[in-house]
Design a protein around this ligand. Structure first.
Ligand code: ADP
Ligand code: ADP
Length: 207
């Protein structure tokens, strides 16, 4: 287990989940996905209602809920790739108060491509693995058979999520651009090409 701390940033559909899995495996660190954690606790009662109420509408879950979720997940962890947090300036300030980061990787992807990726995304409910109807279908027919579309990947929710990103998460990117660990990577490339760029950055950090 390494102690590398990696933060992927980028809009919904940028490839954060796809690349985070590869980073976690290659660098032997934990993959913390706030989206996955929330989906596993959609009906959890909080002072602000349940996470599912926000997620199904394509809206962000309120900051106090997210801070508690992330603080709990990061406690006692050495290295990790933190996928899905922070998504607001308040969350970014919170993260800074609890941890340092070795690499902040911003994946840029054109809007049209994001919509294509999100609308074609399918999930294996048994493993949580993401696939894509055009770019990445599983070989196993049993897995193909059981793939589902996330409620928030339906067109009107995709629109809401991209708006939430533009208004609430864009400022987080601006906030990190001057950080010494910040790098921007062209996320429009194929998954393997994006991975090569990320791997090159992380190998440097590790040295
Ligand atoms: P995010 O976690 O940033 O929302 P995902 O990793 O879930 O993004 O990717 C969104 C969708 O796009 C998935 O269906 C995934 O299979 C597909 N995808 C991811 N990276 C690429 C890529 N570089 N090129 C084409 N499709 C991709
Ligand atoms: P995507 O892969 O498309 O970027 P995620 O799986 O990361 O989406 O997140 C799904 C949903 O979970 C978000 O639309 C939002 O409702 C909620 N969520 C995840 N992370 C956060 C966060 N840091 N702050 C607020 N809401 C979040």
């Amino acid at each position: 287990m390494s102690s590398l701390r990696v933060l992927p940033l980028g809009p919904p559909g940028a490839g954060k989940g796809t690349q985070s899995r590869r980073i976690a495996e290659a660098y032997d660190i934990n993959h913390i996905s706030t989206g996955d954690m929330l989906r596993a606790n959609k009906d959890m009662e909080t002072d602000h209602g349940t996470p599912g109420e926000y997620m199904d509408a394509g809206e962000l879950v309120p900051d106090p809920v997210m801070k508690a979720v992330v603080e709990e997940a990061l406690s006692d962890l050495d290295g990790y790739v933190l996928d899905g947090y922070p998504r607001t300036l308040e969350q970014a300030e919170h993260l800074e108060s609890v941890t340092d980061l070795d690499a902040i990787i911003y994946l840029t992807v054109d809007r049209e491509e994001l919509i294509r990726r999100l609308s074609g995304r399918r999930v294996d409910p048994e493993t949580g693995q993401n696939y894509h109807v055009e770019f990445d279908m599983p070989d196993d027919p049993a897995v193909r058979e059981r793939l589902v579309q996330r409620t928030d990947d339906e067109p009107d929710r995709v629109e809401t999520r991209l708006e939430e990103y533009a208004t609430k998460t864009r400022p987080v990117i601006e906030h990190y651009t001057d950080h010494e660990a910040f790098v921007e990577i062209d996320g429009n490339q194929s998954p393997d090409e994006v991975w090569e760029d990320i791997d090159a950055v992380l190998r440097d950090v590790g040295e």
